[in-house]
Design a protein around this ligand. Structure first.
Ligand SMILES: Nc1ncnc2c1ncn2[C@@H]1O[C@H](COP(=O)(O)OP(=O)(O)O)[C@@H](O)[C@H]1O
Ligand SMILES: [Mg+2]
Length: 257
């Protein structure tokens, strides 16, 4: 049965989508079956696989609004072992539409139940907000990966994020554990990168897992989406690819713990 992992941080541009796409692919290369749910109206994860998002009739939006079942919207990415539930701009109105529904916090979880048996990992690429889509993701997930960009304001907003996790855990009786904190966009040449790491370590202390792998700032990671490919396949040797492969190994090593 799949472990459902939400990749979240309400801050935009910290590497959520890049992590979702490349970690999914790296795990698939290691023979894991992965489903990636794009639940961001920007549909960047969808585009990253070279999928033309605006031509799709069935997306996560039609799932959340009850027009389709999740299993009927799963598409192949062209990469063996990685399936995708795509998203596009139609999702942008969903939060308002859904807030009138009974049980709207649980829609994603209920839909995922039906496909959990077919995968080893289900990743959710979450939009940059703490709104209804994020709450749905937290309810649906067993654990979360929190990418933190190595920059001066890295920890800003983290307290709100942890509080949201706590609220969902208590009020909706759906706790998610922290799978790990992931340092992204790391530049080892700057003192700032090292300082951020120290701050993150102090903040999360011994309590939470901070992945040993840091994702470096690497231009190939930024280029790959415009070629419709995960970086892991676009440039097999660049530092970004090496890092996401190492992250996948860390996740695999956690499987039997
Ligand atoms: N490690 C990295 N090195 C260089 N560019 C990156 C890296 N991670 C992400 N990017 C780029 O930064 C931008 C934001 O990343 P993205 O993964 O979309 O963040 P989020 O999903 O959190 O908004 C994108 O243009 C992406 O290609
Ligand atoms: Mg994103």
């Amino acid at each position: 049965m799949a472990e459902v992992i939400a990749i979240l941080n309400q801050k935009g541009g910290c590497g959520k989508t890049t992590t979702a796409v490349n970690l999914s692919t790296a795990l698939a290369i290691n023979n894991r079956k992965v489903l990636l749910l794009d639940i961001d109206p920007q549909g960047n994860a969808t585009t990253s696989f070279g999928i033309e998002k605006n031509e799709l009739n069935s997306t996560i939006y039609t799932v959340l609004t009850g027009k389709n079942r999740l299993e009927d919207t799963i598409i192949q990415t062209g990469i063996q072992g990685v399936d995708l539930v795509p998203s596009n701009i139609s999702l942008s109105g969903a939060e308002i539409e859904l807030s009138g529904e009974i049980g709207f916090h649980f829609i994603l979880k209920e839909n995922i139940e039906y496909v959990k048996d077919y995968y080893d990992y289900i990743f959710i690429d979450v939009p940059p907000s703490l709104g209804l889509l994020t709450v749905n993701s937290l309810v649906a997930s067993d654990s979360v990966i929190i990418p933190i960009q190595a920059e001066f304001y890295a920890l800003e907003g983290i307290a709100d994020l942890l509080e949201a996790m706590q609220l969902v855990g208590n009020r909706l009786n759906s706790p998610s554990e922290i799978k790990g904190i992931l340092i992204t966009l790391y530049d080892s040449r700057t003192r700032l990168g090292r300082e951020v790491f120290k701050n993150v370590e102090e903040y999360f202390g011994e309590k939470e897992n901070i992945f040993k792998t840091y994702i470096p700032r690497n231009v190939k990671l930024a280029e790959a989406p415009s070629h419709g490919k995960p970086c892991i396949l676009y440039d097999e040797e660049c530092r970004g690819t090496v890092a996401y492969n190492e992250l996948a190994q860390e996740i695999i090593a956690m499987e039997n713990q």
